[in-house]
Each structure stands twice: as C-alpha cells, then as structure tokens.
Design a binder for this molecule. Structure first.
Ligand code: NAD
Length: 285
C-alpha cells in the first residue's frame, strides 16, 4: 500500500480552510510571519511554498526578508516585534541561517506560544514530557499518516534512523507517547540492517539516497521515508530504495508525495491552533 501524503494533506488543508473561515468570522485572522535571511535557493523555494499553502487555506502570511550579511540584532528586533504583535499567531525562521547566527539562540527568541515549527528547546523538552505546545511539523505529519493508515502503534517496534533535533528526536518522543517501543539508529549505529529489520514501523530521516533497501526491512513493516535528496539527473528521491522496499513493506510513503506535503499541512495546522488558543484566551479574559 502506498501512503499518499499528498491526498491526506489536501484533506487536512480542506478541514483547515473551514477552521480559518470560522476564526476569521470571529475576528481572528490566523497569521504566520516568515523570516528569511539570505538567498539560499532551496530556502527561497520552501518559503514560497509555505506562503502559497497559507494563501490556499486563507491564512495570512507576512514575509520578512533580510540580506545574508545582516546583523543578528536586526533579526532579533524583528522577532521581538512579532512576539509582541497580537495579530501574528505563528513565527517561523527558515533554516539554515548564515554563519554569523547561532540558530538555537534565534529559535529561542520566538515566543513559545508562536513557535509553530516546534523547534524551541522548551517545546522539545515538553514534547518528551507529553505536554508540548506544538509538535514539530514533520514528525507530526508522520503521526497523521500512521493514524490515517490505522497503524497500531501500541507495543509496536518502531525504529527511527536519524537523530536530528527537528526530525529524529521529536519523532521518537511522539512514537514513544503513542505506546511504541522506540529505537533510534544513527551514523554511529554498528549494524544498521540488524536494527532496521526489527522494525514494525520504520522511519528514515537521514538525507542519503538508497540508504535503506528492501533487504533491510522486515516483511510487512510500515516504512516512512522522510529523506529528500536531489539526484544529479534532477530527480527527487528519499532515503529508502523504493523499488526494492515497496514489495516487502505493508505500507510505504513515496518521495515526493509522502511526508513532504504533510509537513506543510502540519505547519498550517499549528498556525490555526495558535490562533484558536489566542481566541480562547481572549474569551477567558
Ligand atoms: P540531519 O542532517 O540533521 O540529520 C541526519 C541524521 O542522519 C543524523 O542524525 C545522522 O546521525 C544520521 N545519519 C547519517 N548518516 C547515517 C548512516 N549512514 N546511517 C544511519 N544514520 C545516519 O538531517 P534532518 O534535518 O533530520 O533531515 C534528514 C532528511 O530528511 C534530509 O534528507 C532532509 O532533507 C529531510 N527532511 C524532510 C522533511 C520533509 O518534510 N519531508 C523535513 C525535514 C527534513
């Protein structure tokens, strides 16, 4: 079975459109601020796609662009102003940032209630405690895909390949919370195939085309390919060798059209949630 992230993301977006219309009618127009520093071509594309997705569901987006050589203080001042602006519900800083920036410092400048990417250290800490503000978008998108495919996670062996702060680690926290027995494999794992072959649910987030082949997958496993790799011939592929993995897996996400569209859908969902929380706090005061 192919887990069609594009189709699911379209359904999520249709639901969000209704929520956005309701909030707007109540006087709260969900709004996302996007900060882009420099002219990295991939980042430009990501930001363009995020802004277009916002427009599609009726979320207002405001882009703030800074030159690659700008002083961090300028970006901090912009974040401070957005934190204080009640008409802005979500703030996103597109990564990577130029070398004069400490990315952690920048992300932590964002108010927790507006950290719709879920990258703030406090968000990640809270995620492990099961009381997060916002789940990071890519792992949240994976959880939606697994829920849609009615994958039973309770007691399942889940293996995540990759231990980044934005994908691998929060993915582990969410799967653990859902009742799975979680293993995180990474660049120093001794026998990767032996670990991946244990997985009922295998999530691969590394950035190496073809790292996981069909021979490394337990028959009947659910395989989620987070990787996005551009080959020399221009093709976009994941970290899993789809041709050999698909016949072995019970269900598998394609690249493109799997996790990628879900990541953007979850960013929109987090922005709507941020706006809903603001409306609730207004009503309560
Ligand atoms: P990262 O570079 O921060 O982390 C990669 C991880 O892979 C590291 O933890 C490292 O230990 C591990 N690794 C490296 N070589 C390995 C090996 N040989 N065996 C096992 N593990 C190994 O990357 P990231 O930001 O987590 O992103 C991972 C991939 O996911 C990239 O291709 C990225 O483009 C993609 N990505 C996709 C989405 C999406 O929406 N689909 C979102 C974020 C990232």
């Amino acid at each position: 079975m192919i887990l069609d992230g594009k189709a699911l993301a379209a359904r999520v977006r249709a639901e969000l459109k209704t929520s956005v219309a309701r909030l707007t009618a109540q006087g709260v127009k969900p709004t996302l601020a996007v900060i882009l520093v420099g002219d990295d071509p991939a980042s430009q594309v990501y930001v363009r796609n995020k802004i277009a997705a916002c427009g599609d569901v009726g979320i207002e987006s405001r882009a703030f662009r800074f030159p690659a050589d700008c002083a961090p203080a300028e970006v901090f001042a912009a974040i401070d102003a957005l934190n204080a602006d009640p008409t802005v519900h979500g703030i996103l800083v597109q990564l990577p940032l130029p070398p004069q920036f400490d990315e952690t410092e920048v992300i932590e400048r964002i108010a927790l209630a507006k950290d719709v990417d879920g990258f703030h250290a406090e968000n990640l800490g809270r995620l492990w405690q099961g009381r997060h503000c916002f789940a990071p978008c890519t792992p949240a998108g994976v959880m939606r895909l697994l829920a849609e495919a009615t994958v039973d996670l309770v007691g399942a062996e889940a293996v995540i390949v990759g231990r980044s702060n934005i994908v691998g680690k929060p993915m582990a926290a969410l799967l653990l919370q859902a009742g799975a027995t979680v293993t995180i494999a990474h660049s120093r794992t001794r026998d990767l195939a032996a670990v991946t072959r244990r997985a009922d649910v295998l999530v691969v987030a590394v950035g190496r085309p073809g790292l996981v082949t069909g021979a490394m997958i337990k028959p009947g496993a659910v395989v989620i390919d987070v990787g996005i790799n551009r080959l020399d011939d221009g093709r976009l592929v994941g970290d899993v060798d789809f041709a050999s993995a698909e016949p072995v897996a019970k269900a598998i996400t394609p690249v493109p059209g799997g996790v990628g569209p879900m990541t953007i859908a979850m960013l929109l969902a987090n922005t709507v949630t941020a706006a809903e929380r603001q409306l609730q706090s207004q009503d309560a005061s």
